[in-house]
Design a protein around this ligand. Structure first.
Ligand SMILES: Nc1ncnc2c1ncn2[C@@H]1O[C@H](COP(=O)(O)OP(=O)(O)OP(=O)(O)O)[C@@H](O)[C@H]1O
Length: 218
């Protein structure tokens, strides 16, 4: 379903991703691992259509996914390092936005998502009053509400306590059960049974533009 071929990305002078490829079918999950700066977030942003790669293809059901960014955006639920909540709106109001965008009932769907992430008691608090872990759970509720088949999650368990990890496990399971795909970057174990792992090598395994030029002359 998702077929990623030869993705290469430069950041500044450095080749951060060098011909990265992966393939995932419905219901599958992939853990992206590697040292700080290895390019995990960069790859996730490329897959989300938020950053253009210098080379390679992202195919969804055999079609070039990045050719039409609007269509691709509807396939993707992206969780970055920032939780993307509007601080002055209540949690309930924050969650009504993605529910409406996904064509769901803006009252019922947020309620269900808050229930799944144990956020109902916080529904009427402004987002700025939530703790870091509560904000992370709210961001995961947004992911759930997007009703997108491809979840791209940058360190989804960051700041979560043990019981919240249990909620995450149930969320992941339900998404995969319905044929959803999950790609998550992480430095810690995640509750994704039978997930595959793609370990990015990090800067020491890659070359700079300068080194590449030198090689091409030799
Ligand atoms: N705005 C930027 N401009 C230039 N280089 C950048 C920029 N942001 C990140 N980089 C570089 O891109 C490389 C990959 O960064 P990226 O954030 O994808 O790594 P990561 O594997 O997600 O790291 P971490 O584990 O720390 O989250 C790093 O070497 C970083 O210095």
């Amino acid at each position: 379903m998702l077929n990623v071929e030869n993705i290469s990305v430069f950041r500044g002078e450095r080749l951060v991703l060098d011909s990265v490829g992966l393939r995932l079918d419905a219901g599958e999950a992939l853990l992206l691992t590697g040292p700080n700066g290895a390019g995990k977030s960069t790859l996730l942003r490329v897959l989300a259509g938020l950053r253009k790669p210098e080379g390679g293809h992202v195919l969804w059901a055999g079609i070039d996914a990045l050719a039409d960014r609007t269509t691709h955006a509807a396939r993707v639920a992206y969780l970055g390092h920032q939780d993307a909540l509007k601080p002055g709106l209540t949690l309930r109001e924050n969650l009504a936005l993605p529910a409406r965008a996904a064509g769901s009932d803006p009252k019922q769907a947020p309620k269900q998502a808050m229930k799944a992430l144990d956020l109902l008691p916080l529904a009427d608090l402004p987002a700025r009053m939530l703790s870091a872990g509560q904000k992370r759970r709210a961001a995961l509720a947004r992911v759930m509400l997007a009703r997108a088949p491809l979840w791209l999650l940058d360190e989804p368990s960051l700041g979560l306590d043990t019981s919240s990890i249990g909620l995450l496990e149930a969320l992941f399971h339900a998404h995969r059960e319905t044929g959803g795909i999950i790609i998550a970057t992480t430095h810690v174990p995640l509750p994704l049974p039978n997930a595959r792992t793609l370990a990015l090598p990090g800067a020491s395994g890659l070359e700079t533009m300068e080194e590449m030029d030198m090689e091409s002359w030799s």
